[in-house]
Design a protein around this ligand. Structure first.
Ligand code: ASP
Ligand code: MG
Length: 589
């Protein structure tokens, strides 16, 4: 018999009427022949109310007691939900996280799930009950109640869907699905009928905010199909699934991260170990670094720039200054007023001129691009915070996201239940939320081209990549480091076979702008892909450290939610691959 997990967020269970309406949805699912597990959040803004109460007692509530307090919100809503179903004449049982057997680690207020036992759930389901599970909570090995971090009910729902091998996990919420960008900020935004896990991950932690990013990591890892849909409108919603099952588009969405701060260490000796020194220090203080850009460097020195959430700037700056002194860098600069705009699409790799299109849209608005990083499915630029909304609008329009798919009422195919391949449930239970590095790959087929001394003015990146695109060059990685003294540096990789063309085009571009071009005919690009790269602090350093220990210098770095890319000298490619496979516990292939 098919099994569906339905999750109702706070707004969907905000009052008794809404709870009754949600209960009817669960009953309807069961009557269409499914076993149903319902996961609920606390009613309305109840969790905020509880947080506020604690703050009125003490500025620093004890984390264990905080979890004790916060978990009560969901205990109220599950009980009421079960009563609602019973009052409508059907069988229901509510369970807390502990009663289900959701085991977590002991990191109070942001615990990670370790395992979930399914026996009790299965018995109740087989007995014909709808099981109402409290979201967001679990229990540690000592019996303490834990919570999974704000918004954690999504993670509970997807995790239950994973261990129960559910056919679908429906997320009922107050929006109609996943949009091409935040519809509150841009009315032209449209609902997407479907989106892949990776796109969603790249968008989610970038501020698209529809679902808890950890829940998507879970979904990807266990192949759980997720359907995000409105509680209040009978609309098709957005189906989140694997890249193979989704429609590849050069751009699926545009995201804005409003509160970015940048730090740059100037003139760090370009030698093995510099990045490791910096990022291990940051990881030790639990700061999650976002964009990392290291330029190609001149005269044996390179600049390393990275971004952190603006709130973490003071701490990150302290740590960076300490490392800068130790490394004899010549200075540390920062900027607190930045925003990151990203365009994401799984079809990006196969389309030409995507970068040019993005940069020229920004250039037409007179927006200066301060830093660029790319992954296979994402291009991110750092701009002044005040330019963020205009940048999103321009990029959204440039990719036709407001027009594509007509009125956007396409069907997600959400009710067609396609069973994913059965997985070994027992294997899934161990360390479900651990960082999972899937693969490390070496690509030795590319050449690296670098412009130095480009003028740092709006439109430069656009000019470069429009011209590169016109020349038919397929660009892979693009990195623009933080400009210094009014000059910018942009590097990109192309297939080695296109190197001559690239040099010729680049030479022309450079000559017109007083810039210089350097190139490396063969480089080695190493890509680490996986789940949890962004949400686990210090992953980047796990890559820098072994390379440093082997004396392998890093020429270029770029990061994203699901990938870490580094470029090293071609002759170090195989060695770097072996070292990284070892460091991440991957089999040699
Ligand atoms: N009630 C919790 C919160 O507000 C968990 C959730 O809603 O997902 O963060
Ligand atoms: Mg919520």
């Amino acid at each position: 018999m098919a099994l569906v997990v339905q999750k109702f967020g706070g707004t969907s269970v905000a009052d008794p009427q809404k709870i009754l309406a949600a209960a009817r949805k669960a009953i309807a699912r069961q009557q269409s022949g499914h076993q149903v597990v319902v996961v609920v959040s606390a009613m309305g803004h109840q969790t905020d109310v509880l947080v506020d109460l604690a703050k009125q007692i003490t500025e620093r509530p004890n984390a264990r007691e905080m979890d004790m307090l916060l978990s009560t919100g969901e205990q109220v809503s599950v009980a009421l939900f079960a009563m609602a179903i019973q009052s409508l004449g059907h069988k229901a049982v509510s369970l807390t996280g502990a009663q289900i057997g959701i085991r977590t680690d002991s990191t109070h207020t942001k615990a990670r799930i370790r395992s979930i036992s399914t026996d009790h759930l299965r018995k109740l389901l087989d007995d014909g009950s709808i099981v109402i599970a409290a979201g967001f909570q679990g229990i540690d090995q000592h019996g303490n109640i834990t919570t999974l971090g704000r918004g954690g009910s999504d993670t509970t729902a997807v995790a239950l869907a994973a261990v129960l091998d559910a056919d679908l996990c429906e997320i009922y919420t107050d929006v109609e699905g996943v949009y091409t960008t935040d519809p509150r900020a841009l009315p032209e935004a449209r609902r997407l009928p479907s989106i892949s896990y990776d796109e969603m991950l790249e968008l989610a932690s970038l501020g698209a905010g529809v679902m808890h990013p950890r829940s998507i990591e879970f979904a990807k890892k266990f192949g759980v199909k997720v359907l995000v849909r409105s509680s209040f409108k009978d609309a098709p919603g957005t189906l989140i699934l694997s890249a193979e099952e989704s429609t590849p588009r050069p751009a699926s969405g545009v995201a804005l991260a409003k509160d970015e701060a940048r730090i740059t260490l100037d003139n760090v000796p370009d030698q093995p170990g510099s990045s490791h020194a910096l990022f291990s220090e940051l990881a030790a203080s639990g700061i999650a670094v976002d964009m990392i850009v290291q330029n190609v460097g001149q005269h044996g020195r390179a600049d390393i720039s990275f971004t952190v959430p603006a709130d973490d700037l003071p701490e990150a700056l302290d740590r960076s200054r300490k490392v800068a002194t130790a490394l004899h860098a010549t200075g540390v600069s920062h900027d607190a007023e930045l925003a990151k705009v990203s365009v994401v699409g799984v079809g990006m790799e196969r389309s030409e001129g995507v970068a040019g299109r993005m940069f020229s849209a920004l250039s037409h608005e007179g927006i200066n691009v301060r830093m660029i990083t790319t992954s296979e499915i994402k291009i991110s630029v750092l701009v002044d915070r005040k330019d963020g909304p205009a940048a999103v609008r321009a990029v959204h329009r440039a990719f036709g996201l407001d027009a594509e798919n007509g009125d956007g009422t396409g069907d997600a195919g959400g009710t067609a239940l396609v069973k994913s391949s059965p997985l070994d449930v027992v294997r899934r239970l161990e360390g479900m939320e651990d960082l999972a590095i899937e693969d490390c790959q070496l690509d030795s087929s590319q050449a690296l081209v670098t412009f130095t001394d480009l003028p740092d003015t709006p439109g430069v990146a656009a000019d470069v990549f429009e011209e590169v695109g016109r020349a038919g060059l397929v660009v892979d990685m693009i990195v623009q480091s933080h400009p210094r003294d009014g000059r910018a540096e942009i590097s990109f990789t192309v297939p080695a076979g296109s190197r001559d063309r690239a040099i010729e085009v680049a030479g022309r571009i450079a000559a017109a702008r007083g810039a210089r071009v350097a190139d490396v005919p063969h480089v080695a690009k190493l890509s680490i892909t996986g789940v949890g790269i962004r949400s686990h602090a210090g992953v980047a350093d796990r890559l820098f450290k072994p390379l440093a220990e082997q004396g392998i210098n890093i020429d270029l770095v770029s990061t994203s939610e699901v990938r870490l890319n580094v470029v090293v000298a071609a002759e170090h490619g195989q060695q770097a691959l072996a070292v990284l496979r070892g460091a991440f516990g991957l089999a040699r292939s």
